[in-house]
Design a protein around this ligand. Sequence first.
Ligand code: AOF
Ligand code: ZN
Length: 369
Amino acid sequence: MSEITQRDVQYMRHALELAKRGAGHVSPNPMVGAVIVKDDRIIGEGWHEHIGGLHAERNAFKNCTEDCTGATIYVTLEPCCHWGRTPPCTDAILEHKIARVVVGCLDPNPLVAGKGLRILRDAGISCVSGVLENECHAVNEVFFHYITTKTPFVVMKYAMTLDGRIAAYTGDSKWVTGETARLHVQETRKRLSGIMVGIGTVLADDPMLNCRIETGVDPIRLICDSQLRTPLDSQLVRTAKDIPTWIFCAHAQSDRAAALEKAGVRVVSLPDADGKRVDLRAVMNYLGEQQVDSVLLEGGGTLNGEALRLGLVHKVQAYIAPKLIGGASAHGPVGGPGIAKMADALQLADLTITRLGEDILIEGRIRKD
Ligand code: AOF
Ligand code: ZN
């Protein structure tokens, strides 16, 4: 096995930056970047640009400016060795007579999972893996979850005042956080495949739930609405022909469902959980089958509480504004029955804290133990 040098780390960092250019375009595939280096010069680079398109390695070969015999290829994810939408990248690496392969992290896809590197090693290529492993893993947290569970990676996002309210007692909520924080939310919407709210939020806010930054692709709008109460004149229904909009119900009247479908909504009827509400686990399984790899859960409190209670949330993004609003009846971000004892509280791990203008963003993964 060859040694890892500082130059290796630098080239991998570059490959990682290339990988991120695929954000919002490759789902449910991973973001992957590749750099080909010969005599300490980059002679080719590429990334996985869109789903169904060439993988990062093949794009890098395509862009190569000279013969790559004896070169090193840096890839943020282990090269694939299976026929998917495209041929195996291991074949391309062998054909181009690459001498050394440096990988960020292994591919958890059961079709690859170490086999890619084994094929290359068996062919006599020097292989190293684990360069910038944590960063390469973090950029694909959605893919790593989805490929092994076939259910979406769920990020629960909310904005609240410093005293834990998401709206005033009157329901007024525009705006809790400032402009910088709100722009940051748009960046997240761009990265995830679906955005989910409950019917309470639709009735209270008449939201649009689109991605308002230029380069972004609109996520699929997902509404949990057991009795199909979403108004036909809501912004969501009025724009359903332009932006995919799916409503999950448990007790649908067929004329109501037909009217929504005519407006362009996909109405999905699923079993109920408790005789009243649609079963969120069934919703997540359905989304997984439909290749929706990630969901941004944007409330309200009832939906958030239920998703947490069922263990369906993987990450939390809490935007906190330095404001106090009070009010015993003003809602917090998580409803439902709640947890009785502090000792049983859900705990966040891998915390990051970011300042966004006047506001603070606390992000963390829900610890599963
Ligand atoms: C790589 N390089 O750039 C990517 C890889 O069906 P396909 O062709 O789209 O392949 C999808 C699988 O290939 C995906 O689940 C993951 O295991 C791997 N992605 N591999 O060598 C790449 N995007
Ligand atoms: Zn590949």
